[in-house]
Ligand binder design. Structure first.
Ligand code: CMC
Length: 437
């Protein structure tokens, strides 16, 4: 069969063009041949927010937004959440296969080997105000790691990249715990490498004077599941940032810091914190209808609802709803879960949300669990950044091995003034004078 093509007729010139179709995609560069006259630059596609632009090929994560499917390297998220520990999933993301028992043991040992951070990081974190947002501390301290590991600049070496990947996955919980304890005025707790990844994180967060903090196995498992659910989500805002910054051959620490900065935003990973603020503002179930009216009037957004890709229930939100019940068995039931479930029920019966296919996303229920576990809302996005680091790094590795890798550099449609004559400063009219004239 002939190679499939897209036939385009330009009504300005009546000329016909063909663009080869591969994987239901045409190459944007094939549009460049379309010109009104030969001196023109050629046609571009315009796509603010990249709603319909594939920026890369990837083999890591598959999402079907209509059916609510999420898979890492082909494995359904539900099976991974039920059967794996987070580090096993991080291995899968970076290697493309699930580890054997011995591979997982070695991987966990390698990760444990790198959990310590340089003592100067403590001084660095100490410099922040007591009420500094922990995401601000995390973004800055991850970027600061770049100065501690100048060898990370050797990005073309595969073994060197692997070392930086191990360092980042290992050290990010340590930095997160430092940010947490700084805000409480507690001394920093060193990692304990005899513990699992999640238990060690809990130990660094909550250890006081006891020799070893004893974490609840139910809460440790719940945190592990939450880490698995947040580990990757293909070309979201922060992962695209990771790829964009890395495409300039920047080192992975500054790229991870930039990705964390994108995650911090309330439309992305910061939504979990915003959901709790929203539930606090609503207060009780009787106020939900009024709040929904404000959403429909465009005054506020229903945080934790809606998604660029999912146009049905986010499969991660479904799993988190189940985890919530297990967590509450240990911590006691949070009244916010009932408020959130009622909010979800009312929203899903409302035409505004039905028509726009707005469903709960991963952030709708996660914050309620985190709060029940003892985290303040400011820590929620930090808890997202920890596991997402393995996803960011998997995309970094894929980018580095991509023969089509080029520096990310979008085009623009220029709508500003044509060339103008320069006006000396004493001849320029200020805004007030222009308005007066
Ligand atoms: N509440 C009310 N209306 C909404 C919401 C919402 N949460 N989300 C989308 N809409 C409306 C929006 O006003 C628009 O309506 P209209 O067509 O009348 O103008 C329509 O639905 C489409 O919205 P959009 O903003 O064009 O959709 P998008 O794909 O650009 O944005 C989103 C996706 C996630 C930024 C958005 O749904 C949103 O702001 N949600 C709330 C924030 C949130 O929960 N973010 C977490 C996302 S999941 C985890 C992550 O990415 O980190």
């Amino acid at each position: 069969m002939d190679e499939p093509t897209l036939k385009i007729t330009d009504s300005r010139t009546s000329k016909d063009y063909e663009a080869p179709i591969q994987n239901a995609t045409i190459r944007a560069m094939d549009l460049r041949q379309i010109k009104e006259d030969s001196n023109e630059f050629g046609m571009l596609s315009y796509d603010p927010g990249y709603t319909n632009t594939a920026s890369c090929t990837s083999r890591i994560t598959y999402i079907d937004g209509e059916k609510g499917i999420l898979r890492y390297h082909g494995f359904p998220i539900e099976s991974l959440a039920e059967n794996c520990m987070y580090t096993e999933v991080a291995y899968l993301l970076l290697h493309g296969e699930l580890p054997t028992t011995s591979e997982l043991r070695n991987w966990n040992e390698e990760i444990n080997h790198h959990t310590m951070v340089h003592e100067n990081i403590k001084k660095f974190v100490d410099g922040f105000l007591y009420d500094a947002h922990p995401m601000g501390i995390l973004v800055s301290s991850v970027a600061a790691l770049s100065t501690f590991y100048p060898d990370a600049k050797r990005i073309e070496s595969r073994s060197n990249r692997r070392l930086q990947q191990l360092r980042l996955i290992s050290k990010i919980p340590t930095l997160a715990a430092y940010a947490f304890r700084h805000s409480l005025g507690l001394p920093y707790a060193y990692p304990d490498n005899d513990l699992t990844y999640t238990e060690n994180f809990m130990n660094m967060l909550w250890k006081r004077t006891e020799l070893r903090y004893k974490s609840s196995p139910v809460l440790a498992k719940a945190l592990d599941v939450l880490f698995i659910l947040h580990a990757d989500h293909e070309q979201n805002c922060s992962t695209s940032t990771m790829r964009t910054v890395s495409s300039a051959n920047s080192d992975p620490y500054v790229a991870t810091a930039a990705a964390s900065g994108a995650l911090y935003g309330p439309l992305h990973g910061g939504a979990n914190e915003a959901v709790l603020q929203m539930l606090d503002e609503i207060g009780s179930a009787k106020n939900i209808p009024e709040f929904i009216n404000r959403v429909k009037a465009g005054e506020v957004r229903l945080m934790g609802f809606g998604h660029r890709v999912y146009k049905s229930y986010d499969p991660r939100a479904r799993i988190i709803r189940q985890v919530a019940d297990e967590v509450f068995e240990v911590t006691g039931r949070s009244p916010k879960i009932d408020l959130a479930k009622e909010l979800e029920r009312i929203a899903l019966e409302d035409d505004y949300f039905v028509k726009r296919k707005l469903y709960p996303n991963v952030d709708f229920y996660s914050g309620i669990i985190y709060e029940a576990m003892g985290f303040r809302p400011e820590m929620f996005t930090v808890l997202f950044a920890i596991p997402r680091t393995s996803g960011w790094l998997a995309h970094w590795e894929e980018l580095m091995l991509d023969p089509e890798r080029r520096i990310a550099r979008p085009r623009q449609v220029y709508l500003g003034p044509e060339e103008r004559e320069f006006v000396p400063i004493d001849k320029r009219l200020g805004e007030a004078q222009k308005a007066h004239n």
